[in-house]
Design a protein around this ligand. Structure first.
Ligand code: CTP
Ligand code: MG
Length: 231
């Protein structure tokens, strides 16, 4: 099964609070998005990479991509208003590559490893249309509201999973999901949520990785930089 990597990297990183877009922030000696896509280049079945970047920073992304010497075509396109729009635009750019699946991976998860990518690819068999890495929720969950913030209930965490990327989606299902989302102006937080919403097929969770967290806050960046220094 040939796949394309779609890398949504068009966010500004408001919560990180840096002057540069988050995907261009320096991480272990390279831009964060380069680090996030690197482990995917090791896969024989990778056919193409499409990166959705902020429109005002396309040349900085293209310069970094030029230094990659990748075996496959790595295309940089302008992203959209939301993550879903950015993934939809990246998906449009994939149509000429004849792939069976896409893997969508946040540029903000630079600590992804090849074992996680392999589990996602292995999980994409005939019986499911999408696979995503997830970890059982280990914290106790409380529902709360108001000011002062008052607890209203304890939410049972049995059967709840915190999900990550890369999310693998069969190409036909991904196209169908995004076409319908555009037609009906539906926005979801991830692509798999669109698959669920439109009932396009079964979605499977594979084992996630605690270290593959998303860099959202300055504390996340500090932690990830420490981890990247380890052998
Ligand atoms: N993303 C994107 N296009 C957007 C918004 C987000 O491609 N319009 C990407 C981000 O670049 C990131 C991933 O989606 O790699 C996950 O989003 P998030 O962590 O929320 O990043 P930002 O939106 O940049 O951060 P913030 O919400 O703090 O502004
Ligand atoms: Mg965001």
């Amino acid at each position: 099964l040939k796949f394309a990597l779609l890398l949504p990297a068009a966010g500004s990183g408001t919560r990180l609070g840096s002057a540069l877009p988050k995907a261009l922030v320096e991480f272990a000696g390279e831009p964060m998005f380069v680090r996030a896509l690197h482990p995917f280049l090791a896969f024989e079945s990778l056919a193409a990479v499409v990166i959705a970047a902020p429109r005002e920073h396309l040349s900085a992304f293209r310069d970094a991509v030029g230094e990659l010497n990748a075996r496959v075509e790595v295309r940089v396109i302008a992203g959209g208003e939301t993550r879903q729009d950015s993934v939809g635009l990246a998906l449009d750019a994939v149509q000429f590559f004849a792939v069976g699946a896409v893997l969508v991976h946040d540029a903000a998860r630079p600590l992804v490893n090849t074992a996680t990518i392999q589990r996602v690819l292995d999980g994409l068999d005939r019986d499911v249309v999408a696979v995503l890495p997830g970890l059982p929720v280990s914290d106790t969950l409380k529902a709360a509201s108001g000011d002062p913030l008052l607890v209203t209930a304890t939410v049972p965490r049995d059967g709840l999973y915190a999900v990550q990327t890369p999310q693998g989606v069969r190409y036909d299902a991904a196209v169908a999901a995004h076409q319908r989302a555009r037609a009906e102006a539906v926005q979801c937080t991830d692509d798999v949520a669109l698959i669920e919403r439109f009932g396009l097929g079964r979605v499977r969770i594979c084992e996630g990785d605690t270290l593959n967290f998303k860099i959202t806050s300055p504390a996340d960046l500090r932690l990830a930089r420490l981890l990247a220094r380890e052998p």
